[in-house]
Design a protein around this ligand. Structure first.
Ligand code: SF4
Ligand code: SF4
Ligand code: FES
Length: 376
């Protein structure tokens, strides 16, 4: 808003991938709109639709990062359109490319078919299954520290941004995926749920938690700070703690721990027999011999033991003594809400409230009384 109360507009350029699944027609169209400088990407799409091209299709509802409807891609990465401020982008002269989310079929323009997303969600039984020893008559309250364990996972708004960027899902569309597995952890970590073992068994099946490639794109792209990859790590740790370790991924992780504890380093030559078994190891023998000839396989016997191996053994014992095997041992570095920052702060840009021609700063009634001498 200008000093004289006039609305200050900025020019925003957008390139939008248009697509019609019925005809297969696909085209990159460019639009330029005049938008208020506090406008988000979603506001700019609204202006395109209202004033330039009413046929543009996209989803929206709340416009405040709550409903999860407006997931799409900007310059190749998933975003919530109502979270992205356009001011800095327009100032830099950038014209971002907007397209539909990945890993989900496109229906039209920026609208994807969410059915595969909901199928995966249903597959993890996304509801509390009360323990038989709990009262069914009254509310079962848990403590704040118990709730903190699943705080991040509870923030999910089902927007699909993590699924859009999932590497594993790209190669295996049947992979349960980050959103569904994070939802699974929300119930595995809830002490009121009575189906922990059944859940962990189910999530450990093929296409389940061990098929994650740990690319961390889901953590990077989640607009709510859920950190789905961390939730998957917690599920894996809980599965191991409960002896559910028949999957090759689980055996792999188990060998990492044994190897570090016994010799202080990872004995990769033993990794294949320990995780895939003797038959598979024999099949890989020719490949292993080739590596050995090139000096890339250290002799397995006698195993090299690291000088400070007592430190890794002490770490192992500490985790056991503190009861930190399982999800409690997965350290998450920051609070989820700390990650939910405005686009201006994240990009180091200007403060939208303090500079000239900016939006009026919101104030409490008491501040207004102080400033303007208004009677309470
Ligand atoms: S870390 Fe795993 S779940 Fe997350 S995007 Fe990568 S492959 Fe998918
Ligand atoms: S985990 Fe994050 S990105 Fe994935 S659906 Fe939930 S809120 Fe969206
Ligand atoms: S419109 Fe609801 S999250 Fe963006």
């Amino acid at each position: 808003m200008g000093a004289d109360g006039e609305e200050v507009l900025m020019q925003v350029g957008l390139k939008i991938w248009r697509y019609d699944s019925k005809t297969g027609d696909r085209a990159l169209r460019e639009y330029e709109v005049d938008a208020p400088e506090e406008a988000t990407l979603l506001d700019c799409l609204d202006i395109v639709k209202d004033k330039h091209d009413g046929s543009l299709a996209y989803r929206k509802s709340c416009r405040m990062m709550i409903c999860g409807s407006c997931g799409m891609r900007m310059d190749g990465g998933a975003v919530l359109a109502c979270k992205v401020r356009m001011y800095d982008i327009a100032q830099e002269g950038r014209v971002p490319v907007i397209s539909a989310m990945g890993n989900l079929p496109i229906v039209r323009d920026l609208v994807v078919d969410m059915d595969p997303f909901w199928q995966k969600m249903r597959a993890v039984d996304p509801y509390l299954q009360p323990r038989y020893d709990q009262s069914q008559e009254r509310e079962n309250v848990i403590s704040q520290p118990q709730m903190d364990v699943i705080h991040k996972e509870s923030l999910c708004i089902n927007c699909g941004c993590c699924v859009s960027e999932c590497n594993s899902m790209e190669s295996d569309p049947d992979f349960l995926g980050p959103a569904a597995l994070a939802k699974g952890m929300r119930f595995v970590g809830d002490p009121r749920d009575g189906a922990t073992i059944e859940r962990l068994e189910k999530y450990s099946e093929p296409h389940g938690l061990w098929d994650c490639t740990r690319c961390y794109f889901c953590n990077e792209r989640c607009p709510k700070g859920v950190d789905p990859r961390d939730a998957i790590a917690k599920l894996g740790a809980e599965a191991m703690k409960n002896g559910i370790d028949r999957d090759m991924g689980a055996k792999h992780a188990k060998w990492f721990v044994t190897s570090a504890k016994t010799t202080g380093w990872l004995r990769e030559t033993e990794l294949v027999p320990k995780t895939q078994g003797i038959v598979s190891s024999i099949k890989e023998m020719k490949f292993a011999m080739g590596l050995a000839v090139k000096g890339k396989v250290p002799p397995p016997f006698p195993p090299h033991v690291a000088a400070e191996v007592h430190e890794s053994r002490a770490l192992f014992d500490l985790v056991k003594t503190q009861g930190r095997d399982g999800a409690a041992g997965i350290v998450q570095g920051e609070k989820a809400l700390g990650r939910i920052e405005s686009h201006h702060e994240a990009s180091g840009g200007r403060d939208p409230y303090t500079e000239a021609d900016s939006a009026p700063r919101p104030f409490l009634p008491s501040e207004r009384e102080e400033k303007e001498g208004v009677a309470p």
